[in-house]
Design a protein around this ligand. Structure first.
Ligand code: HBI
Length: 122
């Protein structure tokens, strides 16, 4: 598209409108309000709110399957630089998510929760 067309579409930085007006400046690390957390939990399966975290217990057929799952999650957590607290009880694995730097639950926690659910099926 010709530059002139692009120019007309972009807000004029001089007007200070260069950035979209998000509620929290579009910061994915901003703590989510309780209502938002409740709504997002409803779209997940098996996750629950517990003391300013979201957590889920997953059951595997045997210990090594549980460990293999934990390792899959570890690779993904490292890739996105967002890490769960993990408890392993033989064939049961509990994933507890919160954003430590925000002292609460952020979008990053829900993104990781979705990844964890996908990896549990792998
Ligand atoms: N994982 N859950 C969680 N919360 C964080 O705040 C966090 C993390 N992983 C890495 C990370 N922060 C990085 O920002 C480090 O610099 C602390």
């Amino acid at each position: 598209t010709p530059a002139s067309h692009r120019q007309s579409r972009m807000p004029d930085p001089a007007l200070g409108l260069a950035k979209p007006a998000h509620r929290d400046g579009g910061n994915r690390m901003a703590k989510l309000p309780p209502e938002e957390i409740k709504n997002r939990l409803a779209s997940l399966s098996g996750w629950q709110l517990a003391d300013n975290t979201i957590k889920k217990q997953l059951k595997f057929n045997d210990f090594m399957s549980a460990i293999a799952f934990v390792n899959r999650v570890a690779v993904e957590a490292e890739a996105i630089d967002h890490h769960p607290d993990i408890t392993i009880n033989y064939t049961r694995v509990t994933m507890t998510l919160s954003t430590h730097s925000a002292s609460g639950i952020t979008e990053k926690d829900f993104a990781l929760a979705q990844q964890i659910d996908s990896l549990a099926k792998a």
